[in-house]
Ligand binder design. Structure first.
Ligand code: ZN
Length: 213
C-alpha cells in the first residue's frame, strides 16, 4: 500500500507539472487527486502544482480524515470526495483554465459543437456557483456530473473532469478546454452549429461498428 501511494503521489507531481506547463492553471489554483480503494491522494492546499514533491501530497480517507502526510489537503477535497462517492472516477482534475472559465462564467452549459464532446458525456453542464471549498459547491458539482458525465464546468470558477486513471482525467481536462476554446472562438465570428442528437448517435454507431478494413 505504501508503494502504491508513493507512485500515486509521483503521478500527482507529474500531472501537476504538466497542468502548469500547458497553462491550465496559474499560481496555486487547481487541484488533482487519485483514488486507491478507500483512500484518496490529493494535492496539498496552497501549493504551486509545478513545485510538488511526492511527500507533500496528503492522503485522506473517504470521510476526509488525514491518513498520511503533513500538509493540509486541497480546499476542494470535499468536492473530490463527493464526486468519488457518486461516480466510477478513480482520478479527478480541477483547473481554472481560461476558456473553461469563460464558458462557466457566461453559459449554463457547453453544447456539443464537436463530436468529441461525446467523450465527456455530450453536453457539459455548469454547476451553480458556491464559495470554493464548501459542501454547497461539492453538492452542485456532484449534481452537474449526474447521468454518467465525465466533466462539469463550475460557474465563475473553472472546470473538473474525471477518469479511470489520472492520465485519462488529465486528457479529459485538455479536451474540455479545447472544446470550450472552439466554442468561444466560434461565437466570436458567428453562431456555432450544435450537433443534433441524431448526428451524435451516428458517431456512437460508427465508433461501435467501424467499417471493415
Ligand atoms: Zn478551484
Amino acid at each position: 500500500m505504501i508503494d502504491d501511494i508513493m507512485s500515486l503521489r509521483e503521478q500527482l507531481c507529474e500531472y501537476g507539472r504538466r497542468a502548469v506547463e500547458l497553462g491550465l492553471v496559474i499560481g496555486t489554483s487547481g487541484n488533482l487527486s487519485v483514488r486507491e480503494g478507500d483512500l484518496v491522494t490529493v494535492t496539498p492546499s496552497g501549493a504551486a502544482l509545478d513545485r510538488l514533491t511526492p511527500e507533500m501530497c496528503p492522503v485522506v480517507d473517504m470521510g476526509g480524515r488525514l491518513v498520511a502526510g503533513e500538509l493540509r489537503p486541497s480546499s476542494e477535497t470535499p468536492m473530490h470526495l463527493a464526486v468519488y462517492e457518486t461516480t466510477d472516477a478513480q482520478a479527478i482534475v480541477h483547473t481554472h483554465s481560461v476558456f473553461g472559465t469563460v464558458v462557466a462564467t457566461t453559459m449554463t452549459e457547453l453544447p456539443p459543437v464537436h463530436y468529441n464532446a461525446l467523450l465527456l458525456g455530450g453536453v457539459v453542464r455548469v454547476a451553480e456557483y458556491a464559495t470554493y471549498g464548501t459542501p454547497e459547491l461539492a453538492a452542485n458539482v456532484r449534481a452537474a456530473m449526474a447521468g454518467g458525465k465525465r466533466a462539469a464546468l463550475m460557474a465563475n470558477h473553472g472546470g473538473m473532469t474525471i477518469g479511470a486513471t489520472l492520465e485519462e482525467a488529465f486528457e479529459a481536462t485538455r479536451l474540455l478546454e479545447w472544446l470550450c476554446e472552439v466554442y468561444v472562438r466560434g461565437l466570436s465570428i458567428g453562431k456555432p452549429t450544435i450537433l443534433t442528437d441524431d448526428q451524435l448517435a451516428a458517431v456512437v454507431e460508427r465508433t461501435l461498428n467501424p467499417p471493415p478494413l
